[in-house]
Design a protein. Structure first.
Length: 198
């Protein structure tokens, strides 16, 4: 698996690059993980309802092709895009979602943070507050998009949305529990856990 660290990159060109990568891949193409951060942006999934954007705070909204509702990406959030051949790995979408959630749960457990799944609401939660969001698109047995872990960021923009379509959903971040955590530390551990769980 090839891991690419992209740094802080604009959302839309990165999304288009994932689409292109997936469209052009063959049975021999290696799977990739892209790690990045994005400048502030709201993304609205395929079934996303515009009313989940509660007010305009000057953050652009991009309608995209993953499942799910609205979420926020911004600096200090670790985004991991998983460009995987699910057929080759013998993974179902449900199985992959489970492994992605487990990866974040394991990462947080390493910092003595007790995290859990929430029935019917994909993602990872600490004391009922969302700390990681998931979204995928599958095309011809291959997936893209991935997960977003709130590490050390400004959480204010989440107040302008119903996160993932849930009214009043609280959000949290790793830095609230581990104040000195760096994005680099989180990225290294996330890759180790992903490689173990995939």
């Amino acid at each position: 698996m090839i891991v690419k660290r992209l740094g802080l990159v604009a959302y839309e060109p990165t999304w288009r690059a994932m689409q292109d990568f997936t469209a052009q891949r063959t049975a021999d193409t290696a799977d990739e993980i892209w790690l990045c951060q994005h400048p502030p942006v709201f993304t609205l999934g395929l079934a996303g309802k515009p009313e989940h954007l509660l007010r305009d705070i000057g953050v652009p909204v991009v309608k995209i092709d993953r499942g799910g509702q609205i979420t926020y990406h911004g600096p200090g959030q670790l985004v991991a895009y998983l460009l995987l051949d699910l057929k080759r790995r013998g993974l179902t979408v449900k199985g992959l979602v489970n492994r992605m959630e487990q990866t974040v749960i394991d990462l947080l457990a390493g910092h003595d943070i007790a995290a859990a799944r929430l029935a019917g609401a994909p993602g990872v939660y600490v004391n009922g507050a969302k700390i990681a969001a998931l979204g995928l698109k599958v095309k011809n047995g291959c997936c893209y998009h991935g997960l977003a872990l709130n590490v050390a960021m400004d959480l204010f923009p989440f107040e302008a949305i119903n996160p993932c379509g849930y009214e009043g959903m609280a959000v949290t971040q790793v830095a609230d529990f581990v104040p000195d955590i760096s994005l680099e530390q989180a990225a290294t551990t996330l890759v180790e856990q992903l490689e173990k769980n995939l």
